[in-house]
Design a protein around this ligand. Structure first.
Ligand SMILES: C=CC1=C(C)c2cc3[nH]c(cc4nc(cc5[nH]c(cc1n2)c(C)c5CCC(=O)O)C(CCC(=O)O)=C4C)c(C)c3C=C
Ligand SMILES: [Fe+2]
Ligand SMILES: [Fe+2]
Length: 342
């Protein structure tokens, strides 16, 4: 594309391996990030730790990625969201993708947007709920690279979108659709199970806003659904031995089965694209035992992807962040919004 003045919107996510050979270096990148794993040991020790964990975890992780087609589709799905967002934003904007633990890296992306003539940057983390371990880390990396490579370029930040209307509307519509698939005589006894990505309890105790944001999303979705629909919130994908947020999604499913619940609508509310946590963990690993335990209808709702509801809402947030200079939601004093420290 020729060079011309524009606002560069950078969609930030984690990334994922493009082949089974990428799995170990991808894991290394995750575990060497001190915003993901906080070790009191310093840079070199963190790298040594990351090498060891990546090596020992890689065989199991490779098997998991093999089961979902040998690769992650998170990069291409984020690129599709970028194309849809560019359309929604119209002239004057171009979208880019930067992956914290894989390619394209933040450094590559900043090189591209500078070469293409960007006159400003809007950072858009594709994590609805803010956490130091996800959007915080991506934002920090973007600030670092911009400061080094293009220090004069204005940076505007969308911090998060836990309660953005299009995001909540999309989930509520998907739950309604799943409800309509359940035989009418069983519908009133169905449960909605919100499954958010977990986080170490220690991070939450240190002030991370993630749990408050997840709870705000749950409230916002439930407010759009029929009164009295029972729901639970649980947490998936525990990745370290430390204590993580509870209950775990597998335990919540087991409890529901024990209660005699027959239909569960599983809503992965911390994700906006499909990846290993949805395609493997929710659709294979947790589904099979849930069915064996007596849940007859395991209805997993799809993530929003490039849906009009989500993308239209994000376009508004991007414009507001650029025009206001900072994300207006971040200054809301209601306990749900930030201040974001990192
Ligand atoms: C809301 C989103 C996410 C949070 C919060 C999060 C925290 C978190 N994750 C790890 C460790 C791993 N994450 C891995 C993959 C992965 N994680 C997210 C999202 C969140 N992580 C995504 C989107 C993906 C990638 C998906 C893909 O398509 O590949 C992995 C690798 C996969 C595996 O082996 O399980 C690890 C490891 C920690 C430690 C953490 C919080 C501190
Ligand atoms: Fe993760
Ligand atoms: Fe915020």
């Amino acid at each position: 594309m020729p060079s011309s003045p524009h606002t560069a919107v950078v969609l930030m996510n984690l990334g994922g391996p493009a082949s089974l050979d990428d799995v170990e270096p991808f894991l290394y990148n995750i575990f060497s990030d001190s915003d993901v794993i906080q070790l009191p040991l310093g840079f070199l020790w963190q790298k040594r730790f990351a090498r060891k964990v990546a090596r020992s975890r890689a065989p199991e992780s490779r098997e998991i990625y093999a089961r979902i087609g040998g690769r992650s589709t998170i990069v291409e799905d984020t690129e599709a969201q970028g194309r849809a967002l560019e359309q929604a934003l119209g002239p004057g904007y171009r979208t880019y993708v930067a992956m914290r633990a894989w390619k394209p890296s933040t450094e590559e992306t900043v090189e591209r947007l500078v070469a293409a003539g960007a006159t400003g940057v809007v950072a858009l983390p594709m994590y609805p709920q803010r956490s130091r371990s996800t959007s915080g880390s991506s934002m920090r990396e973007l600030r670092r690279v911009l400061k080094k490579r293009a220090p004069g370029l204005p940076l505007h930040e969308v911090c998060c979108f836990p309660e953005t209307p299009g995001f909540l509307d999309g989930w509520a519509a998907a739950v309604r659709e799943a409800l309509s698939q359940i035989p009418e005589e069983r519908r009133a006894a169905a449960r909605v199970l919100f499954s958010a990505h977990g986080l170490p309890q220690k991070l939450i105790d240190s002030g991370d806003p993630y749990l408050r944001h997840v709870q705000a999303t749950v409230r916002g979705v439930m407010a759009r659904l029929p009164d009295g629909l029972p729901h639970v919130l649980a947490f998936q994908s525990r990745a370290t031995r430390a204590r993580w947020l509870e209950p775990a999604t597998e335990d919540a499913l087991e409890s529901l089965a024990k209660e005699g619940v027959k239909d569960v609508i599983v809503v992965p509310i911390a994700f906006v694209t499909e990846h290993v946590e949805t395609l493997y963990e929710l659709d294979m690993l947790l589904r099979e035992p849930a069915i064996a335990a007596g849940i007859e209808g395991y209805h997993r709702v799809r993530t929003p992807g490039a849906s009009e509801a989500l993308i239209g809402s994000l376009a508004e947030r991007v414009r507001a962040a650029r025009d206001a200079g900072a994300d207006p939601l971040c200054s809301r004093p209601d306990g749900v919004a930030c201040p974001i420290v990192r």
